[in-house]
Design a protein around this ligand. Structure first.
Ligand code: CTP
Ligand code: CA
Length: 239
């Protein structure tokens, strides 16, 4: 595009993207986390910016090497977060000013009930493995749907370990209903599929559970097709 003149089908839109994986502290040196690299969410943020949107990217523990793709972009405001509680408050604050919310972050489902303020040391309890008591975290996405702006389009992500395509879609449809989102980006994961990779294989479901897009390609390609679906939902909400 020409300098200083935004173009694209998302011009004038503010998009909130969450990406990466939240971490829950155990003690000052340890945490519970997950394998999300943040690459898919960063690809969505970049694609949205390229299509003219103003983007807030809530980045949960994403490597600088991954974040460097968007770090230099004036249209993308990157806000680092660590825990689920931090992501939740940042997401509610940013969602109030966004027409579309894309919740690609992998949220830790549980946090440690009593975080130790000193390192847990073997010396303090020789031969005894500690037991961690966990408490369930709030569902951020459900809260965002509950507090949504009129016409706001909200997208969830689900990565499922499944044995068949049928099971993937069935689990996706149940999750979609439970969350009340407009779109769900669904993919299969396992020990060796779905993480860290540059590629992804995604089904996009709409609120009826219909597969509106099926993309196997780079995370950028997946991001573009997902944003097509978001654009379509925004248009439908405006009618
Ligand atoms: N999510 C969230 N808050 C949570 C858990 C999940 O906002 N506490 C969001 C994720 O960011 C994602 C969607 O909900 O967009 C689905 O996440 P997933 O982990 O698949 O859903 P869960 O309800 O946690 O179900 P599961 O037991 O399968 O992990
Ligand atoms: Ca979960």
């Amino acid at each position: 595009g020409s300098i200083g003149q935004a173009e694209g089908d998302l011009v004038g839109l503010r998009v909130l993207v969450t990406a990466g994986g939240t971490r829950e502290p155990i003690d000052p040196v340890r945490y519970l986390g997950n394998r999300s690299s943040g690459k898919q969410g960063v690809a969505v943020a970049l694609a949205a910016a390229d299509r003219g949107a103003k983007v807030v990217l809530l980045a949960a523990n994403i490597d600088d090497a991954v974040l460097s793709e968007v770090a230099h972009r004036a249209e993308v405001r990157v806000v680092p977060v660590g825990t689920t509680a931090e992501l939740e408050s940042a997401a509610h604050a940013a969602s109030a000013g966004a027409e579309a919310v894309i919740m690609a972050a992998a949220v830790a489902d549980y946090r440690v009930a009593d975080v130790a303020d000193q390192k847990i040391r073997k010396e303090d309890a020789p031969g005894e493995a500690p037991t961690l008591t966990l408490v369930e975290n709030p569902d951020i996405l459900v809260g965002l749907v509950r507090d949504r702006r009129p016409g706001q389009v909200i997208v969830g992500f689900a990565a499922e370990t499944v044995s068949t395509e049928e099971e993937l879609l069935e689990r996706g449809r149940r999750k979609l209903l439970r969350k009340g989102v407009d779109l769900l980006a669904l993919n299969a994961v396992g020990w060796s599929e779905g993480f860290e990779s540059g590629d992804n294989d995604v089904r996009v479901l709409d609120a009826d559970g219909t597969v509106v897009s099926s993309v196997s390609g780079t995370k950028r390609e997946v991001a573009e097709r997902l944003l097509d679906a978001v654009r379509h939902e925004l248009d439908a909400a405006a009618r």
